[in-house]
Design a protein around this ligand. Structure first.
Ligand code: ATP
Length: 305
């Protein structure tokens, strides 16, 4: 039995770091969004061990791969004897603030539960997801969501719809651990009041905030702008090219711009291509679309030989 399942990327509409926690993690407040940029997990049930294969040079094999850890965790939790061969087709840039590894882990849990024929209640999904990483639970929800705690406690928000989203990144990775260390060195000053104001109204009215107000800051932007002036120029350039709002996803280096019409979005894509940056024109994926596409792939008889 074999399934091919999409694994979506995310961006952060906002990300505040509120302080260090006794457990060594940071307390964050973030608004996450699934977007239409995917890796593909090709998962085959075997009677052997767990194998994870990925041709991307920056994605580790074996135990360091989050997919491998997800598979082992599920196998142990459910006492499964079967194995799996998992091929990851990487299209989401790695260590880019787009959550690729976490998304892969969440999708691996769902796909393997299916192929190994084990029931995985929502509560169990969340528990395994939290054990794998802070962003994994979000990918078990999708759409627009608030993440608090380590970012692993997720709640649905009114869905933001942006049909013209341009992503760009200069091609070097930024380690999230490095970014947190820089924040700690400088003393973290979280300011959530803007976010609260924007989203309080949205939640009360059941409508997302207007796109022009959707980006309300990213705690990492200052340090990233300082350390990587080309990213600061990229953010400014995206705005000059006509984006209504621009933002940094996670701890970067991926930046995004929301556009209201197609021509400037195309021009922005071309401008970043000319700079030699990785870029993509994409759109948001709502919770409903997320689950429709995942469910279709998970129950796709056609992909079962
Ligand atoms: P984070 O904020 O968790 O660092 P990110 O979105 O910036 O996430 P990822 O693409 O998830 O970055 O990669 C983070 C690190 O995880 C990389 O250094 C990579 O080597 C490692 N990694 C482990 N498994 C995977 C995977 N399946 N896909 C991508 N990266 C993986």
């Amino acid at each position: 039995m074999r399934l091919r399942v999409p694994s979506f990327a995310k961006i952060n509409w906002m990300l505040e770091v509120l302080g260090a926690r006794p457990d060594g993690y940071h307390e964050v407040r973030t608004v996450l969004q699934t977007i239409d940029l995917t890796d593909v997990l090709d998962v085959e049930r075997t009677e052997g061990e767990i194998e994870v294969l990925c041709a991307h040079p920056d994605v580790p094999g074996g135990e360091a791969n989050l997919v491998f850890r997800a598979a082992h965790l599920l196998r142990r939790a459910k006492g499964v004897k079967a194995g799996a061969r998992i091929r990851i087709e990487k299209r989401i840039p790695v260590a880019a603030g787009l959550g690729g590894g976490s998304s892969n882990a969440a999708v691996a849990l769902l796909t393997l539960a299916r192929l190994w024929e084990v029931a995985l209640e929502v509560g169990e999904q969340l528990e395994l997801g939290c054990a794998l990483g802070s962003d994994v639970p979000f990918f078990l929800l999708g759409g627009t969501a608030l993440g608090i705690g380590r970012g692993d406690e997720v709640y649905p928000l009114p869905e933001v719809r942006a049909d013209l989203l341009v992503l760009a990144n200069p091609g070097f990775p930024i380690s999230t651990a490095w970014a947190y260390r820089q924040l700690t060195k400088r003393g973290i000053v979280g300011n959530i009041s803007v976010c609260s104001r924007v989203w309080y109204r949205a939640v009360r009215e059941g409508e997302p905030p207007p796109l022009s107000e959707i980006v309300v800051g990213n705690a990492f932007e200052g340090i990233v702008r300082e350390r990587h002036p080309e990213l600061a120029r990229g953010l400014d350039r995206m705005r000059e090219l006509g984006a209504v709002v621009v933002g940094l996803s996670g701890s970067g280096p991926t930046i995004f711009g929301v556009f209201e019409s197609e021509d400037p979005a195309i021009r922005a894509e071309v401008a970043f291509a000319t700079l030699g940056w990785w870029r993509a024109r994409t759109q948001t994926v709502s919770r409903r679309q997320y689950w429709e596409r995942l469910s279709a792939a998970l129950s796709d008889e056609a992909s079962r030989p």
